[in-house]
Design a protein around this ligand. Structure first.
Ligand SMILES: [Zn+2]
Length: 502
């Protein structure tokens, strides 16, 4: 996929003007040769490989995820990148019980008729619902009770379950909490209640046997497992049917709750059936995949620059295969393309660079939580953790850094200005955030690491977030090539700087 000749001329001019000022420590000929070896064709090929049916959507814990982990590790080995996982391997293991969804199950509404008979309306997946990806196995038919946000927070004088009996019932609830301002320190009191996992646990604690989560009809494996709790995510269709003729509206009820902090839970009078066909694997294990290129300076090699992204995706729910192309084969393959070029160049870096392919992100950020508790290099020797999640769609680049390392964005900006010439937004993610961390980068930041992220902007393709459309065609290989080149160049600069300007 060649770019226009105009761009080539710009690039060549830039190279001539800049080779003398950029990277005095690296041999420029070598640097440029391997810069040009990074190609969108190879990237597109790897995208297809990692999105192949054999990896089955890379759900954390499954043998297919482990096969994908092996595929990445084999590549790093082939390129001469050292293992940095457990016992001299590329793998950093942790426990992760997981659930396989065997078929799409069923969602049905029972509509009583005047003659005493009942019509059953069956819904379709994924148009109307998505099977609960950590649901218990079985079938429930019960009355549906609307419980707002599904939150019981006595210390905040808020309880969606107060005065309402959900024993043996199906609860219908929304994401989030009634307090919405994640920049307000008050949010810290609410944050534990906005986790999907908490909501399932609280429903089970109140005796519910089924849960309809108004979470969008897309894959969400980040929920807690209870053997006797059948879970299903629903979209607007079934929701409208449940509310039809009740004189109430889900969005209005939430708005009112957000204003008053008074729950408005009620028994809908609707009866539904949820069927889930799942198999639980309590002994599951999963892993991060870690490789590194060791630094060569006797002192600076103890410092590490980490680039990472999640390798896992949301799997295959009974035939609804989400290959995880944009989310996040794109990030992984950006990293791999840069890693291959860095290793092949043989350019000696003073500092160590690490490639961290994270497992278990989609099931609750498990891999980044495990790494931050069990880091390969100490936190104070970690220059920065750079996160890539969904980085390969569009025409522009963006680099963001925590306030603790805002200066490091300069290395990326310089590399882009001199060699790549994409529109680039540079920002510092300042201020406080009290919400639920939704990326591996935020897990590192919360643990006190300096963090950065690279992303792509000005998207030109639709994003099928956690839906079967997210396959290898959901990315733009040309921008991925430039992301990999950006990583390659800035790692050489940061890796070799005598002192880093944070
Ligand atoms: Zn992701």
């Amino acid at each position: 996929m060649r770019k226009g000749s105009k761009r080539l001329i710009t690039l060549l001019t830039a190279l001539v003007c800049s080779v003398l000022s950029f990277s005095q420590d690296a041999d420029e000929q070598v640097l440029l040769k391997h810069f040009h070896s990074i190609s969108s064709e190879e990237i597109a090929g790897w995208m297809a490989d990692l999105c192949a049916p054999e990896f089955n959507g890379r759900l954390a814990g499954t043998p297919e995820y482990l096969a994908a982990a092996g595929w990445v590790a084999d590549k790093m080995k082939e390129w001469g990148i050292k293992p940095a996982g457990d016992k001299g391997s590329y793998f950093q293991w942790f426990d992760h019980p997981y659930t396989v969804v065997n078929d799409i199950g069923a969602l049905q509404l029972h509509i009583p008729q005047k003659d005493g008979k009942t019509i059953i309306k069956s819904y379709n997946a994924p148009a109307d619902y998505y099977p609960g990806m950590n649901s218990g196995n079985g079938e429930v038919t019960a009355e549906v009770v609307w419980v707002g946000y599904g939150v019981s927070a006595p210390e905040l004088n808020y309880d969606d379950y107060k005065g309402i009996d959900v024993k043996g019932k199906i609860v219908l609830m929304n994401r989030d909490v009634p307090f919405k301002d994640v920049r307000n320190p008050e949010y810290a009191k609410w944050v534990r209640y906005c986790y999907h996992q908490y909501k399932v646990e609280n429903a089970a604690a109140h005796g519910a046997i089924g849960m309809l989560y108004i979470d969008g009809n897309s894959a969400n494996p980040n929920i807690s497992y209870f053997e006797n709790m059948i879970v299903c995510g629903i979209g607007p269709g079934p929701l409208a049917d449940i509310f039809a003729g009740l004189g109430k509206d889900n969005a209005d009820l939430l708005q009112q709750t957000d204003k008053t902090f008074k729950p408005a839970s009620f028994v809908t009078g609707r009866t539904m059936t949820i069927r889930a066909n799942t198999t639980r694997h309590p002994e599951g294990k999963t892993c991060n995949v870690i490789g590194m290129i060791e630094g060569t300076d006797p002192l600076l090699k103890d410092e590490v620059i980490i680039i990472g992204g999640h390798l896992d995706a949301v799997g295959n729910a009974g035939g609804l295969l989400v290959a995880g192309g944009f989310d996040n084969a794109s990030g992984i393959i950006d990293i791999m393309a840069a890693a291959k070029a860095l290793a092949a160049s043989g350019i000696k870096l003073k500092r160590t660079v690490m490639f961290l392919m994270i497992g278990g992100e989609e099931v609750g950020l498990l891999g980044s939580k495990f790494y931050t508790k069990n880091p390969v290099f100490p936190k104070d020797k970690t220059v920065t953790y750079i996160n890539l999640d969904m980085v390969g769609n569009g025409t522009g680049l963006a680099v963001s850094a925590s306030a603790t390392c805002a200066g490091l964005t300069g290395y990326f900006k310089a590399a882009n200005d001199r060699y790549i010439h994409r529109p680039m937004r540079v920002s510092t993610s300042g201020g406080s955030f009290y919400g639920r961390p939704r990326s591996d980068g935020l897990v590192f930041l919360a643990d006190g690491f300096r963090t950065m992220s690279i992303s792509t902007t000005d998207g030109v393709k639709p994003v099928y977030y956690h839906l079967p459309g997210d396959d290898e065609t959901a990315v733009t290989p040309e921008i991925m090539e430039d992301v990999a080149k950006l990583i390659y160049l800035s790692f050489i600069e940061m890796g070799n700087a005598d002192t880093l300007s944070y």
